[in-house]
Design a protein around this ligand. Structure first.
Ligand code: PEP
Ligand code: MN
Length: 336
């Protein structure tokens, strides 16, 4: 159960509501986000919610039986919008494009990608400066100095930055230079990191775990939301299956299902989703038709020379073709 509180509620009123909810057999948790104050009631009892709805300080009461509550679409029917400023908004009804290299490698590479995105009207650039790698001997990113350099150049193009956060100690510095913090598949269930991201006022893109179920993904999102941060979106990036013909199995099914279950924007990552450059485009276009609110994919001037994930990275010609076809596909979807 979600009890939405009035903004100006007094502590006495909040105490009374909490006591009442407890007396009805529910455990309570207080949640304060950028937008609202809530009391979450956890329990199995069937109650008449009008008993709470009439109390001073309560603005609304919603019954949500799912394990995840605040991220559920059952109580908030209006889809969440993520406003990055300068007219860049991620929302249902638009299609957000985010593109860039797997890893930030050099100043030259940053500028090449920014030029490419700018020429094609893409307003959000992706790139890792902290890279989770299977081998400790692989390139692990340029760190915060790489992000500072990237930020300087990105600002001159008015292009926003999404980059991965791997641990809580990186959050403060990343928040100074990035517009969206990405939680990678390997950290999807790092609950300490999710708790810490709940405390910041910065949009978060949460990726599905390597073998994470949709329910787990939604409960991970609930950690961030209930920690206080409503600026959240989800990303389908493929899961590990028995198939060996490609890197991951992009779960197209996840997109309409997530869209039905949550009010958060749903973003597709076809690059990690299939992991093979030649097949990124068809998967990406299928994700558009399936109802995604945006896409994040990898592009690089010379993918064969990329420091990481070159095998799934589009060159600029392929990237430009994908951008055009994505826009055309999105128009087609809107026309239905
Ligand atoms: C990435 O975006 O480069 C990345 C490492 O993604 P994932 O966490 O989905 O593997
Ligand atoms: Mn990658």
């Amino acid at each position: 159960m979600i009890i939405q509180l009035e903004q100006g509620i007094s502590s006495q009123e909040a105490n009374k509501i909490r006591d009442k909810v407890n007396s009805l057999g529910f455990k309570t948790t207080d949640v304060i986000t950028q937008r609202c104050k809530y009391i979450i009631g956890i329990g199995k009892k069937e109650i008449d919610i009008r008993q709470l709805g009439g109390m001073a300080g309560v603005s609304d009461v919603h019954r949500v039986s799912d394990a995840y509550k605040l991220v559920s679409r059952k109580w908030r029917v209006k889809p969440t919008e993520i406003d990055l400023g300068d007219g860049v908004v991620i929302r249902e009804g638009d299609f957000a494009m985010m593109a860039g290299p797997c890893s930030i490698e050099s100043e030259e590479q940053i500028v090449q990608v920014l030029e490419h995105l700018n020429a094609n009207g893409v307003r959000i650039m992706r790139g890792g400066v902290y890279k989770p790698r299977s081998s400790p001997y692989s390139f692990r990113g340029l760190g915060i100095d790489g992000l500072k350099l990237w930020h300087e150049h990105a600002q001159t193009y008015g292009i926003k930055i999404i980059t991965e956060v791997m641990q809580s100690s990186q959050i403060e510095d990343l928040c100074k230079y990035a517009d969206i913090l990405q939680v990678g598949a390997r950290n999807s269930q790092n609950f300490n990191l999710l708790d810490a991201l709940g405390e910041v006022d910065k949009p978060v893109l949460l990726k599905r775990g390597i073998s994470g179920s949709l329910s787990e993904l939604l409960q991970c999102a609930e950690y961030v939301f209930s920690g206080g941060n409503e600026k959240l979106m989800l990303c389908e990036r493929g899961i590990r299956t028995y198939e060996t013909a490609y890197r991951n199995t992009f779960d197209l099914n996840a997109i309409p299902i997530l869209k039905e279950k949550t009010h958060l924007p749903v973003i597709a990552d076809p690059s990690h989703g299939i992991g093979v450059r030649a097949y990124v485009e068809p998967v990406a276009l299928a994700a558009v038709m399936a109802g995604a609110d945006g896409m994040i994919y990898e592009t690089h001037c010379t993918p064969e020379k990329a420091f990481s994930d070159g095998q799934q990275t589009l060159d600029f010609r392929e990237s430009e073709a994908l951008i055009k076809k994505t826009r055309a596909t999105f128009e087609l979807r809107k026309s239905f």
